[in-house]
Design a protein around this ligand. Sequence first.
Ligand SMILES: NC(=O)c1ccc[n+]([C@@H]2O[C@H](COP(=O)([O-])OP(=O)(O)OC[C@H]3O[C@@H](n4cnc5c(N)ncnc54)[C@H](OP(=O)(O)O)[C@@H]3O)[C@@H](O)[C@H]2O)c1
Length: 213
Amino acid sequence: MRIGILGSGLMGGKLGTIFARAGHEVVFSYAQSEQKLKRLAREANGKAQHGTPREAAQGADALLLAVHWSRIEDVLNQTGDLSGKVVVTCSLPMNDDDSELVVAHTSSGAEELARMIPKARVVSAFNTVPSEVLFGVYEARSKSRRPSLVYCGDDKGSKAVAAELIRDVGFDPLDAGPLRIARYTEPFALLIGQLAYEGEEGPELAYRFEWFK
Ligand SMILES: NC(=O)c1ccc[n+]([C@@H]2O[C@H](COP(=O)([O-])OP(=O)(O)OC[C@H]3O[C@@H](n4cnc5c(N)ncnc54)[C@H](OP(=O)(O)O)[C@@H]3O)[C@@H](O)[C@H]2O)c1
């Protein structure tokens, strides 16, 4: 797949690197310096390049949106038309100091995003794990008990694309249902953040759901 990364920070930089190592074509975009995007592309050791958000979106089979909530509008203004595009968002609708969700209960960041780009096919994924665990999960991908990763969306095809990417990173994708379920997964992401950053075990944390039938 060709994957455009919109926001090449902790999440976008690491996920883009993993996608490239897993064999995808990746275009890193949207950082505060072009040098950083160049370095990410070089160090990904795969078919990775850097470009503008518009270049990342052009011809992309999927886009990963990984910017702070306050930057969403800015990056979307730079991508050009996203009609029909699969947009996988890990962005959480946080306030400026990242202490609270600014959208919750009756909507979610993912639903608000889908309203901003109504012709795109939005999937919410990767927001329920800290960036610090991503390389560890990728390294452990051949083990049989993979950690779960919940995702949700309203479009079957784009969810299949997201599930493939989730699997490529080393998680066991768990379809949580339609996009409105992001109202539950986004606060859950804050629980994971609490355990990762305020707990004693460190941030290399993933989770696994199991059914005992
Ligand atoms: N970090 C996590 O563990 C985690 C986990 C779950 C969900 N999330 C969510 O994922 C999203 C991304 O988080 P993150 O931690 O990856 O954020 P981050 O490290 O701050 O990355 C954001 C990216 O946006 C770029 N950026 C910021 N302002 C810019 C500007 N004015 N012009 C151009 N580029 C700009 C940053 O550039 P620079 O690289 O140059 O700074 C960076 O590449 C957020 O919505 C967050 O809530 C994060």
